[in-house]
Design a protein around this ligand. Sequence first.
Ligand code: UT7
Length: 322
Amino acid sequence: MTRWTHVIGTGGYLPETIRTNHDISAMVDTSDSWIYERTGIKSRRIASAEETASSMAEIAARQAIEMAGIDAQDIDMIIVATGTPDLVYPSTACLLQQRLKIEHCVGFDVQAACSGSIFGLSIADQYIKTGFAKTVLVVGSEICSRIVDWTDRGTCILFGDGAGAVLLTASDQPGILATHIQSDGGYDDLLYCPNPQAAATDKPSEAGYIKMRGNEVFKVAVNTLGRIVDETLEANGLEQSDIDWLVPHQANTRIIAATAKKLGMSMEQVILTLENQGNTSSASVLLAFNEGVRDGRIQRGQTVLMEAFGAGFTWGSALIRY
Ligand code: UT7
């Protein structure tokens, strides 16, 4: 009998504070209309001073556990994707394990920038399929607002905070059909965030803020995502019409629309969250998946294509029979 990685729960958390384009227009030289037309974003959430990646991950994880109807002790692996960990170490996954009071499990973080959740899903799938793990919690949790330069209009308009979670378990029912992940370290100058603690680095900066050459990133993202969705369909012997939902990383509506067009999908088949969330980096795909599942658009038995692209560059896709 095939051992599948089956989705049994999803969760999501967004901080309470809303920062609108109008609020940002009072901080830098921009406008609501420019931001909305170029990105599709109207507002984003900002974490409070007390919140951390692990505190937000805990709320999203508890929702996923509740939906799955399992005991948290049944989780034997926690993977947290984040570029904004609470601490350098322990990992955010270990802090989450402590918050969830799970006694026997292994937890570790994945750093793949905006592609982090897809990398997490891929890792979870390998461990479940080999039998090493049975039930795996994957969370993407980010406080991007703390690494954004709020005087840089090229980046501060884009990012937001939030956490998304998915709970996976070994099953004879289909789930993850395939994942494809890749990276190319040759583009580090286009999108990076310096480590403010590193004295010796070839990318020195007085502050650990996101640096991005947005237009160049945009072009590589559109081309790469177009290629990865084609490759994913071909590698799995699927036609465009076999995909019910596209759940993309939420970076820019224009990038998402280009990918949907490549797949011959209408925007009605795309789960879009960025209008009121912005780009939540590694959290965005799982936040969108959670929204689509909870509002009933994504139904059991349907085929979902997730994709993401981020710093590294990293990119990937996950094909899931929900
Ligand atoms: O999630 C990880 C991966 N990240 C991404 O995928 C982000 C990809 N990049 C983008 O989403 C877009 O490149 C941005 C939204 C960041 C920028 O949009 P763009 O259409 O690429 O604009 P641009 O950088 O080419 O700038 C066009 C013009 C420039 O003015 P001039 O030189 O034409 O006079 C900019 O100075 O728009 C100006 N500009 C702005 N104007 C008002 C740049 N940022 C702003 C702004 N408000 N916030």
